[in-house]
Write a protein that binds this ligand. Structure first.
Ligand code: XLS
Ligand code: NI
Ligand code: NI
Length: 437
């Protein structure tokens, strides 16, 4: 394994919670068995290529602060190969089993469709070698249909068919790359699939185009042997004012309306949930209840800021609540935990990227252990089940089975009189989380 880009940093060991080594795992022990599976199998961590290897630290107020040692050549493919060497060294040292990319993260694109396809061919040849050498796999691929200026009015929802066709060309090549690299899944995040003003927008027509486009992509991938899932990643806004993939409920309704439920499920991002006015746990539960919990983009927002700050996760209480939902749902449907998170603009040491991932991985590992203990040892599950016991037999059961009329409810209400108060016990349940951390 090459050691050229992060030569001062070793393979990160698991040392347990009493270690003082900042470059060691305290909780993430990939081989440790939890509820019959290893931590590695439960968590399926992935590195997000765009933040970790393309994010420069630039913001609307200042130029890049993250200088990359692989930025030494002007040849796009050479540069891309060096960047990839660095990425695989990094992922190997962190024992990250998966990665995720947008097409343009792997290699810079021009405005020439055929040239872009060639570039992608070359860089995916290189990726295939690295995957073989390290055992690291592709969790999902996607096409960036939002950065290029041609997509300023949307990609598959653009009012100009000419732009939509370019989006199609790009998705075709990104699907080819995903299939070639044995990608487990393929993602659609609708960055500019939405609108800024209704004054210039035919929303109905745009959403129909989006559905048609998704069908074409799915049909093409299936025809070419792709067996994985397609994920839609909901987000309510940013960069568009209104995005069509607002939240999980919205996307589920859309998938049902356009007959896409068999092939698509959801990739849920923490900071997108909070932007939609939900907790992350809520979004996970909505997806799980519909059997559509595919994957997650792990990060966290900032409760004082109203945008996608994409910070690394570190809130054990919230992550434990999330892991409770995931464990009870039986895990991810083909996906994993992709760190769609970036180090801060002023985090400029090479080790910062390692520490960020160590923190995220340890936080999830600790949350997994805590959630599993709560499920196995505490009264949490029984309490939740008992709360609905009145529907398990008698008239409650008849109601659930559809055997009561509205008149029957009235008769029951009169017969039983006023119900007594039953506490929801929220504070006690919150204390249980604290107890098991
Ligand atoms: C942006 C999204 C994006 C997707 C992939 O907010 O999170 O990074 O995950 O296109
Ligand atoms: Ni994301
Ligand atoms: Ni995001």
């Amino acid at each position: 394994m090459n050691n050229a880009y992060f030569s001062k940093i070793p393979v990160i060991p698991f040392e347990g919670k009493s270690t003082d080594n900042p470059l060691a795992f305290r909780w993430y022990n990939e081989h440790q068995i939890v509820a019959g599976k290893t931590m590695k199998e439960h968590l399926r961590f992935a590195c997000a290529y765009w933040h970790s290897f393309c994010g420069t630290g630039a913001d609307p107020f200042g130029s890049p602060t993250h200088m990359f040692p692989w930025d030494t050549t002007n040849d796009a493919v050479d540069k891309a190969r060096q960047k990839m060497d660095a990425a695989f060294e990094f992922m190997h040292k962190l024992s990250l089993p998966f990665y995720c990319f947008h097409d343009v993260d792997l290699v810079d694109f021009t405005d020439d469709v055929i040239d872009n396809e060639k570039r992608l061919q070359l860089i995916t040849d290189h990726a295939a070698q690295h995957q073989k050498a390290t055992g690291i796999s592709l969790l999902w691929g996607t096409a960036n249909l939002f950065s290029n200026t041609r997509y300023m009015n949307g990609a598959s929802t653009n009012p100009d068919f000419h732009v939509l066709a370019h989006a199609g060309a790009q998705v075709k090549a990104a699907i080819d790359a995903t299939i070639k690299l044995n990608g487990a899944n393929y993602v659609f995040w609708g960055g500019r699939e939405g609108y800024m003003s209704l004054l210039n927008t035919n929303m109905k027509r745009e959403k129909e185009h989006l559905a048609k486009f998704l069908h074409l992509a799915k049909d093409y991938a299936r025809k070419n042997g792709f067996k994985g899932k397609f994920f839609i990643e909901p987000k309510p806004c940013e960069p568009s004012k209104h995005q069509y993939d607002y939240d999980c409920e919205t996307v589920i309704g859309f998938l049902r309306q356009y007959d896409l439920l068999n092939d698509f499920s959801l990739n849920i991002e923490v900071n997108h949930a909070t932007l939609a006015g939900h907790t992350f746990q809520h979004e996970l539960q909505v997806a799980a209840d519909a059997g559509l919990l595919g994957s997650m983009d792990a990060n966290r927002g900032d409760y004082q800021n109203g945008w996608d700050t994409d910070q690394f996760p570190n809130n054990i209480v919230e992550l434990t609540e999330a892991m409770l939902v995931i464990l009870e749902a039986g895990g991810f449907g083909g996906g994993g935990i992709n760190f769609d998170a970036k180090i801060r603009r002023n985090s400029t040491d090479p080790e910062d990227l390692f520490m960020a991932h160590i923190g995220g991985m340890d936080s999830f590992a600790r949350a997994l252990l805590t959630a599993n203990d709560i499920l196995e040892k505490s009264p949490y599950k029984t309490f939740r089940a008992n709360r609905y016991a009145s529907f398990d037999n008698g008239k409650g059961k008849d109601f659930e089975s559809g055997n009561l009329t509205l008149e029957d409810l009235r008769t029951y209400a009169i017969e039983k009189g006023e119900p007594s108060k039953i506490s929801g016990k929220q504070e006690w349940l919150e204390n249980i989380i604290n107890q098991y951390i």
